[in-house]
Design a protein around this ligand. Structure first.
Ligand SMILES: [Zn+2]
Length: 340
C-alpha cells in the first residue's frame, strides 16, 4: 500500500530526524491547499476505497500536526492571499483544508474533528447530490465487484478484460475495471455497468442509503465555522460542455447555495480539476457567474503574486503514510514546493 522509492525516502528522512530539522527552517510565503474526499475506513464500506483520503484518526493526526507547524487559514483568508488583497505582510506557510463532493462522512466524521480543533474546512458541494442516495459511477462499479458472486469473469466492452478477484485481489481488480470504464471508447456507460452487473453477478444498489450530506447538515456546518463552496450542480467535466451548459451548471449551483444556505458562494472547485477539465472559457464563465475564485486539482503550491484566482492549485491527500505526510508538509513549508 505504501510502497515505492519516494515512500522509502520519506521514511528515511522521517526517521533520521530530517523532517524535524526542515521544520526549524524559515517558512516560505505561500498557500498550500489540501484536498480530501471521503473520511473513514474503506474496509467498512461497500463502495470505492479509492475516494477515501484518510481515516478519522489520520485526519485528526494530520490536523494536529498542521496546527503546530503551519498557519491553517480560512477560505476568505486563502482567497485574499490569491487575489493579493491580504493585509498582513508576514511570511507564512498558509494551509487551507478542502473537501470535495459533500459525502455524508464529511458531516459525520470530518466536521466534528475540524470543529474540535477550531479549524475551518471548506466543503465543495455538488448541489443536485445534496441529501441524496446518488451513487456515482466509481462507487457503483466498486459496489458491483465487491458484492459480486462471480469471482472470475470476462468483460467484453469497450475492450476485453479478465477480472479475477481471487487471483489479483480486490484493489487491483477494481483499479483495472475503473480504468477500462474511463477509456474514451466507452461511449455507452450504461451498457458498461449493465454488463459488469450481469457478468460479475453483483447485487442491486441499496436505493435508500443516504450518501451525501443534506442542507440542514450544511447549515449546521456553517454555524460550526465551516465554509461551503460550489462543486457545480451535477459534477460534469466542464471542458466537455458548451458555454451555455457551463453557465447553467455554475449559475444553478450558486443560486441553490444562496437559496438553501443564505450564502454568496465565492469559490468553486472544478470537477476532476486537472488541466484539461476546465478551459479559459470556463474561467471566464466562473468570473461572470460571480465566483471570486476557483480551485483546480493538478498539484502544486500557490506563491504570492503569481497565483491565478481561477486556477488555485490543490494537492490531494490520500493513501499517504504518516512519515510521507510529514515530509511533504515540511518540504512545502520550507521550499514552497509540494513533493509528490
Ligand atoms: Zn468531485
Amino acid at each position: 500500500m505504501f510502497g515505492g522509492k519516494r515512500e522509502l525516502l520519506a521514511r528515511g528522512l522521517f526517521w533520521s530526524g530530517a523532517t524535524f530539522l526542515l521544520g526549524q527552517l524559515p517558512e516560505r510565503d505561500l498557500l498550500l491547499v489540501l484536498n480530501y474526499h471521503r473520511v473513514g475506513n474503506p474496509d467498512d464500506d461497500p463502495f470505492d476505497p479509492g475516494v477515501f483520503s484518510a481515516t478519522a484518526d489520520q485526519l485528526n493526526e494530520q490536523i494536529s500536526y498542521l496546527k503546530r507547524h503551519v498557519s491553517l487559514v480560512t477560505l476568505p483568508e486563502a482567497l485574499a492571499f490569491a487575489d493579493g488583497t491580504i493585509k498582513e505582510k508576514a511570511r507564512r506557510c498558509r494551509v487551507l483544508i478542502t473537501f470535495d463532493d459533500g459525502y455524508l462522512d464529511n458531516y459525520e466524521v470530518a466536521f466534528p474533528i475540524l470543529r474540535s480543533h477550531g479549524v475551518q474546512g471548506a466543503f465543495f458541494l455538488v448541489t443536485n447530490m445534496v441529501g441524496s442516495c446518488y451513487v456515482p459511477w466509481w462507487d457503483h462499479i466498486a459496489y458491483l465487484i465487491k458484492t459480486g458472486r462471480q469471482r472470475r469473469f470476462c468483460l467484453r466492452y469497450p475492450a476485453d478484460l479478465v477480472v479475477d478477484v481471487d487471483e489479483n485481489g480486490m484493489t487491483k481488480s477494481l483499479r483495472e475495471v475503473l480504468s477500462l470504464y474511463k477509456r474514451p471508447e466507452n461511449t455507452d456507460p450504461a451498457r458498461f455497468i449493465r454488463e459488469l452487473g450481469e457478468e460479475g453477478k453483483g447485487e442491486e444498489l441499496p436505493g435508500t442509503l443516504r450518501r451525501f450530506l443534506d442542507w440542514d447538515e450544511a447549515r449546521e456546518m456553517i454555524g460550526g465555522g465551516m465554509a461551503i463552496g460550489s462543486h457545480t450542480h451535477s459534477h460534469p467535466v466542464l471542458s466537455q460542455l458548451g458555454p451555455e451548459q457551463q453557465r447553467k451548471e455554475l449559475a444553478q449551483s450558486r443560486a441553490l447555495l444562496r437559496e438553501q444556505l443564505g450564502i454568496e458562494a465565492d469559490a468553486l472547485a472544478y470537477p476532476v480539476g486537472n488541466t484539461t477539465s476546465f478551459s479559459d472559457q470556463t474561467r471566464q464563465i466562473a468570473r461572470e457567474m460571480g465566483y471570486r475564485a476557483a480551485f483546480s486539482f493538478h498539484g502544486g503550491t500557490n506563491l504570492p503574486g503569481i497565483t491565478r484566482c481561477y486556477d488555485i492549485k490543490r494537492v490531494g491527500v490520500g493513501d499517504q503514510s504518516w512519515p510521507r505526510f510529514r515530509v511533504q508538509a515540511a518540504v512545502s513549508r520550507f521550499a514552497g514546493r509540494y513533493w509528490p
